[in-house]
Structures are given as structure tokens and as C-alpha cells.
Design a protein around this ligand. Structure first.
Ligand code: C2E
Ligand code: CA
Ligand code: CA
Length: 437
């Protein structure tokens, strides 16, 4: 949002800071863009974002804030090539345009501007360090219009937050990922509110000694109306960063428990494993809501297992441990997912309210090498000593399965035993008697 108003009808400059403002930027650069298009010339836009300009306003007052803006403007002007002037296009945001500048040179200017802004600034005798980020976009390489060009540089400055250096050059790939991510979230929200787009695939877990199927892991899938079947890796991370992870988990739980109830009626006496994301632990109503699903499906909590990664527990140690302990006290069991990939200390493991280790597929698939065998073997020994059960994940070959059995692993889960399957395929795989009616 622009805060600087034109001070006279024709001079779009900010009277308080003396800097050309947003209107001036558009007035000056619209013809430049037209000209660049017509004559095949190139332009580079540098957007400088100063995150903490408002500290001056909060700490001292509007006069000091203007002082800071003016000082940044002076630094930018002094650092930029001759004839290039900064525009103050928004509170804390400056823009500079380079014409016909080679790419390498433009990046040098970008870095120099960042350096200049990062030098401490003196306000009322005290030094202040500004948090600056710079983004660069190229016309016409990154944009076809003035608005797109500005948007690209602003986006790059935003992305600069995620780089160590504090500056970034627009990358169309980021932009597309960002848009896709946003659309996915909107679609997912809709999918969760109505419809049956979120579905569950079941992957069998088999007792390595008897060959009997002891249960299934519920793995979510998204049957997207336009994009087809989407694996969890392409939408879970977004869901986990939003509050959709709660409804998503409940959708999986509802479907998995209904299926389990139907299978149990038909003679299956196994359990279902549900994955829990760490973000869920902060929800104080999680337990109550999941318990309501148990009652609705008429499933005893002891037929349900929860899977959580080591890193997941460590992310929310207090809430995580309390929630897991509460589920456990109701009879559910807890498995440590992807065991071996987290960084929790082994000593800590002994204190966690867990029943089983799921040895990560990376180690299982490394069983042909001495390191794989050493890690799987050591994990089984550790689990035995702590009184925990073990599952080997990601078994793809008979050899791996034999090796896991030999090393004393309790259960197997992997493509070799059975891929994740939708309801009907799993029922056929299990050889369940046909549903009554
Ligand atoms: P995970 O919990 O480790 O689940 C096992 C993943 O390994 C599944 O991928 C499964 O298809 C895959 N897999 C199983 N056997 C093999 C094998 O032999 N070889 C190989 N290469 N892969 C195998 P999927 O279904 O894509 O799920 C990925 C991850 O998404 C899961 O990893 C889990 O962390 C997460 N996830 C899935 N469903 C849910 C859910 O409902 N809630 C939450 N919070 N996370 C879920
Ligand atoms: Ca899992
Ligand atoms: Ca796993």
C-alpha cells in the first residue's frame, strides 16, 4: 500500500523525504517499458525492501521514520550508477531501474545496494542496523508488462529472505511453484469441505515369522478432478503449513476406521496405522475429535496405531509426548516412523511413550551393503532391549525380506509384500470373504 501521496498535482515526490514516489515510478517507467519493447532494449529493476523501517516510527516518531527513509534514499542514490535514482514506491520499499546494463553488472549493483543498506544508520546518536533484501527482475526476460516486471522484482526480494545472501534474481520456477502451491491449498480446502477426493490407500504389514497380515498403514491420496491422483508428497507439506492438516487427518481417519470396521466384520483381525503430523499436537481438541471418530466407527482404540516421526516428536516435545501418552493410555499403540533418519538421542528414545520402531526404507534398501546391515541389525537390537517391536519399511526384494527376518525384525512393509492399494484391491489381496448383502 502506498503511503506517500503526491505533494503537488504534477510533481509526484514525497515532501517529507524528497524521494520520487510510486506515481513518479509509473509515470517515468511506463514509457521506458514501451520503448524497450519497440527498440529491443533491456531493463533491470531492483527492488530494495527494508523490513524494519517502522522501528524508527515506533521508537521515535514520524519525523525520524522520514529521516531513515531519506537516509536510505541517499545511500541508494550514492551507490547506484550515475543517473539512476531511487523511487520510494511503498513504505520501506525502494525501486531503481538500470537501462541497457549487462547482467553481471546489474548483479554487482544489486549486491552493492544491499551492502550500502546494511551499514548501520545513526539515529539520535545511536547506530541501527537495517534488515535489507534486494530482488532483481529483467525486462523483457522476466515480464511482458510493467506490472509483471514490478511483481517479479518484489517476488524476488521476498524470496531473498530464504537465501543466505539477502539478494535474489527472479526465477520463474519459484513463481510457478508458489502459484501452484496457492491453488493446491484452495483446491484442497474445497476438497475437504465436500466430495470424496481425499481417499486412502492401504499398505499391508506382514509378520515376518508367520507371513500373516497384521494390519495396514493408511496412506492418503488426492484424486484431483483435473490433475488425477496426487501422492501425499505433493500436497502434505502445504497442508502441514496451513490449518488444513487437521481436517485432512480426520478425513483419513474417518475413511480408514470405516473400512477397518467393515473388514473386521468380515473376519480380518488386524489393525490400521494412521500417520500424525507434528503440527496436530498443538490442537487441544485433537484427542477428543479422533475419539469421536473411534466411537462413530465403533472401533476400539486398541485396533489403531499412530505413526509419528522422531523429528515430529522433537518438534513439539511436550505436546507430542502428552498426546501420544494419552492415546496410549486408551489402548492405541505408537510407532516411531522413519526410524534412523531423525536426530533424536538414543537415550531419549527410552523415555518416549512408544511401542514400535519402523526402520526407515533407506537402511532396509541398503541391506546389500555392510552399513545397511549394521544399521538395521543395531536398530533391532536396540528395540529388543527397550522392549519395542520392529517393522522394516520399504522391502522391495525377497533378499531384503530374508535379511530382515534373519536380523530379527518383527514385521515387513514394502512393495515386495504389497504396494499401497485402494479398498477393493486390498480386499482381494487379503482374500476377504465377499461383503454380506
Ligand atoms: P511413510 O509414512 O514413511 O509411508 C511409507 C511411504 O513409503 C509411502 O509413500 C509408501 O508408498 C512408500 N513405500 C512403501 N513401500 C515402499 C517400497 O518398498 N519402496 C519404496 N520406494 N517406497 C515404499 P506415500 O504413500 O507416497 O507417502 C509418503 C509419506 O506421506 C508417508 O511416508 C507419510 O509420511 C506421509 N503420509 C501419507 N499419508 C499421510 C496421512 O494421512 N497423514 C500424514 N500426516 N502423513 C501422511
Ligand atoms: Ca508412516
Ligand atoms: Ca516411514
Amino acid at each position: 500500500m502506498a503511503t506517500d501521496e503526491p505533494t503537488a498535482e504534477t510533481v509526484p515526490r514525497d515532501s517529507r523525504t524528497g524521494l520520487a514516489n510510486r506515481d513518479a515510478f509509473y509515470r517515468d517507467n511506463a514509457p521506458l517499458v514501451e520503448q524497450a519493447l519497440a527498440e529491443g532494449r533491456t531493463l533491470v529493476l531492483l527492488v530494495v525492501d527494508i523490513d524494519n523501517v517502522d522501528f524508527a516510527l515506533r521508537t521515535f516518531g514520524p519525523r525520524e521514520r522520514d529521516e531513515v527513509v531519506r537516509a536510505i534514499g541517499e545511500r541508494l542514490e550514492a551507490t547506484a550508477p550515475a543517473g539512476v535514482y531511487p523511487y520510494h514506491i511503498m513504505q520501506g520499499r525502494f525501486a531503481l531501474v538500470l537501462q541497457d546494463t549487462p547482467y553481471q553488472r546489474a548483479v554487482q549493483v544489486e549486491r552493492a545496494l544491499l551492502e550500502a543498506c546494511r551499514q548501520p544508520l545513526e539515529i539520535q546518536g545511536a547506530p541501527y542496523r537495517l534488515e535489507a533484501l534486494v530482488g532483481l527482475s529483467h525486462f523483457p526476460h522476466h515480464a511482458e508488462t510493467l506490472d509483471q516486471w514490478v511483481r517479479a522484482a518484489v517476488f524476488a526480494a521476498h524470496q531473498a529472505r530464504t537465501t543466505r545472501s539477502g539478494y535474489a534474481i527472479f526465477d520463474a520456477g519459484w513463481d510457478q511453484r508458489d502459484r501452484q502451491r496457492f491453488r493446491r491449498l484452495v483446491d484442497l480446502d474445497e476438497a475437504l469441505q465436500h466430495g470424496d477426493e481425499i481417499c486412502v490407500a492401504y499398505q499391508p504389514q506382514v509378520d515376518l515369522a508367520t507371513g500373516k497380515c497384521t494390519g495396514v498403514e493408511a496412506l492418503c491420496r488426492w484424486d484431483h478432478p483435473r490433475e488425477g491422483l496426487i501422492p501425499p508428497g505433493s500436497f502434505l507439506p502445504f497442508a502441514e503449513q496451513s490449518d488444513l492438516i487437521g481436517p485432512l487427518t480426520e478425513a483419513v481417519v474417518a475413511e480408514a476406521l470405516a473400512d477397518l470396521a467393515a473388514w473386521r466384520e468380515r473376519g480380518f483381525d488386524g489393525e490400521v496405522s494412521i500417520n500424525l503430523s507434528p503440527g496436530l499436537f498443538r490442537d487441544p481438541e485433537l484427542q477428543d475429535r479422533l475419539m469421536a471418530h473411534f466411537r462413530f466407527a465403533n472401533i476400539d482404540p486398541e485396533h489403531v496405531r499412530f505413526e509419528v516421526t522422531e523429528t515430529g516428536i522433537m518438534e513439539e516435545p511436550n505436546w507430542g509426548i502428552n498426546t501420544l501418552a494419552a492415546f496410549r493410555s486408551r489402548g492405541s499403540r505408537i510407532s516411531v516412523d522413519d526410524f534412523g533418519t531423525g536426530h533424536s538421542s538414543l537415550a531419549y528414545l527410552a523415555d518416549l511413550p512408544v511401542d514400535e520402531l519402523k526402520i526407515d526404507k533407506h537402511f532396509v534398501q541398503g541391506l546389500a551393503y555392510p552399513w545397511g546391515e549394521a544399521i538395521v541389525g543395531a536398530s533391532v537390537t536396540l528395540a529388543d532391549k527397550l522392549g519395542l517391536a520392529t517393522v522394516a519399511e520399504g522391502i522391495e526384494t525377497e533378499l531384503q525380506q530374508d535379511k530382515c527376518r534373519e536380523l530379527g525384525c518383527g514385521k515387513a512393509q514394502g512393495f515386495f509384500t504389497g504396494r499401497p492399494m485402494f479398498r477393493a484391491d486390498f480386499e482381494a489381496w487379503l482374500g476377504l470373504s465377499p461383503a454380506a448383502g
